[in-house]
Design a protein around this ligand. Structure first.
Ligand code: M6R
Length: 593
């Protein structure tokens, strides 16, 4: 949550930082700010509640700036407001900082060291600025920074400007991502690789417990003992095309359209002809385990339910899905030889990381992520890449499909038999294309009928229920309609009392074995006034069904029907005039517990 960008070099730092912040808005977008160093060696700060577009209007462009740091915020401490926006400056005015993360002991530090300081915001960040100030009065800057960093408990990616040396940007990182890259024209720092694309040739992801200094043409890294660290840089391998909207109105639409190519990329990554290419040591470890624990949040957790199905069906290994934010504070009964599989698009979700740290000490861990440089990918014993490319819309779409595919491929690899999964997934990719190209009008028609609803239910059984959970989350998060998903048989045990004319019910019907019973449950809702809609697969469709999608191998049908649900959520949100890519109150990467 929150995005930070810094530039030190021979180009227009203001532009690089503002453009970078705009690309990082998916991480938070309730306020934004930037500090630029001007020709007179002064730090000029501009900030306000609102988005980067608004910030651009505030920024004075009349002077050259080669050094700038900026921030786009998802409020944690203090409401979204100008006074709580970053950058924050220390009381003396010497230090200006941007921070992504949460300082858990900020109140204690304030009380212990900063009783004489006057604070201008409600943030934990201002405590860091003033702590630096406090210690820098007693020791040299490097020692003051080290002293400050060792006192901080929690997570931080920090960029710091020091008025005593405005040639450099200082940085520090713990538990919150930071990437640093360079080209011949300067150094860029960012919360992820996206602001570096087009501005850097090489990059590296910082490790926890690193601080350093970025000069125009030199980067130095130190550990918390002040010892210099060596970092290896890689080529920036993300293309500029993959992070723009590619002609679509919204990232979400672009990303839904990318699902088929993501599946094809997964197939070319994980298959050599029909042989699955996954580390033998991982396959052996799963074969020997007595339980698979799948841990994740939100959409990734819903992908985990599909994974549970594959591990139990293909491998006959008992599997359980855990909501990371619950698991971290619980003591589950663990068998003798468990394995923990963590699903996360970003690889930076705080709750999942906390679980990985808790259980990874004793048990083997696998991460299934979209960012191979992420914290989770680094912490895990094995990482499987979902190959989805940057996903920028807050609502996850292609990453969900990719996570499900990778789980299925892993389960088949554990099973070890020659299988047709490559062929089945190839077909899924083709049929998702069909949904996108041929179902648009039907989907829009359903969207128009539910757009005014205040509540909407999704129902299904088995795999369709897992998909209903995801369909419901997708619709609620971008349309702001209250939605819920139910196993269709469960309605009669209480929730059917909520059914009325005002509550549309959407049935997912893609599994032959349960289609009749889900249809009966829909009829029961209709008898109580609801307007029903059916999303079904062609093989078991009835002529009156509202959205009929192609069928594939039965256990992959939900990947095709979920595409229709993602489009449905998109169109409802558009009809309501909502900001589809940046829904209210949300952020893409939830890096606080
Ligand atoms: O990056 P992660 O997959 O770990 O994120 C977990 C959830 O925050 C995420 O899936 C969220 O539910 C989606 N953005 C919803 O579309």
């Amino acid at each position: 949550m929150c995005g930070i960008v810094g530039f030190n070099g021979e180009r227009d730092a203001r532009k690089i930082v503002l453009d970078g912040l705009q690309k990082l808005e998916y991480r938070g977008y309730d306020s934004a700010g930037i500090s630029c160093v001007n020709n007179n060696n002064e730090v000029k700060t501009y900030k306000d509640k609102g988005r980067v577009d608004h910030l651009r209007e505030l920024v004075d462009e009349s002077y050259m700036t080669n050094i700038a740091i900026g921030h786009t915020r998802w409020a944690t401490h203090g409401e979204p407001s100008k006074r709580n926006s970053h950058p924050h400056t220390s009381q003396s005015g010497r230090f200006t900082i941007v921070h992504n993360g949460v300082i858990e002991n900020y109140k204690k530090l304030k009380y212990e060291f900063l009783a004489d300081y006057i604070f201008n915001s409600d943030t934990d960040t201002e405590v860091i600025a003033n702590l630096l100030d406090y210690f820098a009065k007693q020791m040299d800057f490097k020692d003051a920074l080290l002293k400050t960093l060792t006192l901080l408990e929690g997570s931080f990616a920090l960029l710091i400007l020091d008025k005593h040396n405005l040639n450099d940007i200082y940085f520090a990182k713990n538990k919150t991502p930071m990437i640093i890259g360079y080209s011949s024209t300067g150094v860029v720092l960012g919360s992820d690789i996206i602001p570096l694309v087009g501005n850097c040739d090489k990059y590296t992801a910082l490790k926890d417990g690193t601080f350093g200094v970025a000069s125009k043409h030199r980067i130095e890294f130190f550990d918390y003992n002040g010892k210099e660290m060596n970092y290896t840089f890689k080529d920036v391998d993300v293309s500029a095309d993959s992070i723009d909207k590619g002609g679509y109105d919204h990232y979400m639409m672009k990303e839904i359209h990318e699902s088929p190519s993501v599946i094809r990329r997964i197939l070319s990554t994980y298959f050599d002809d029909h042989e699955i290419m996954i580390s033998k040591s991982l396959i052996d470890k799963i074969r020997k385990c007595d339980k698979i624990n799948l841990v994740a949040c939100g959409t990734s957790m819903h992908a985990g339910y599909m994974g549970k199905y594959f591990f139990e069906k293909f491998c006959h290994i008992p599997s359980e899905v855990f909501c990371a934010s619950e698991l971290v504070y619980s003591k589950p009964l663990i068998r003798d030889h468990p394995i923990f599989i963590f699903l996360s698009q970003s690889g930076e979700t705080a709750d999942s990381i906390a679980c990985m740290k808790k259980f990874g000490i004793k048990y083997p861990t696998v991460s299934i992520t979209n960012v191979s440089t992420s914290t989770m990918a680094n912490l895990a014993d094995w990482n499987l890449d979902i190959c989805a490319g940057p996903e920028i819309a807050v609502a996850s779409t292609k990453a969900y499909i990719a996570q499900v595919c990778v789980c299925a491929i892993l389960a088949k690899a554990v099973l070890g038999e020659k299988s047709f999964i490559k062929h089945h997934l190839d077909r899924v990719a083709n049929e998702i294309d069909v949904v996108i190209n041929e179902n648009d009008e039907n989907i829009k028609a359903v969207a128009a009928q539910i757009v005014k609803a205040e509540t909407c239910f999704f129902i299904g059984r088995g795999l369709d229920y897992w998909a209903a959970l995801e369909a419901s989350l997708k619709l609620k998060e971008i349309s702001y309609i209250h939605t819920e998903a139910f196993p269709s048989g469960e309605l009669k045990h209480g929730s059917i009392s909520l059914i009325s004319k005002a509550v549309p019910v959407i049935g997912l019907v893609t599994q032959e074995g349960s289609s009749n019973i889900v249809r009966s449950n829909l009829v029961e809702c209709q008898a109580r006034g609801s307007k029903n809609f059916v999303i079904s697969t062609r093989d078991i469709a009835e002529p009156t069904d509202d959205i009929i999608v192609p069928n594939v191998k039965h256990y992959f049908n939900p990947l095709v029907s979920i595409t229709a649900c993602q489009l449905l959520a998109y169109y409802v949100a558009i009809m309501k005039g909502n900001d589809v890519d940046k829904p209210r109150n949300l952020a893409k990467s939830v890096t606080v517990e």
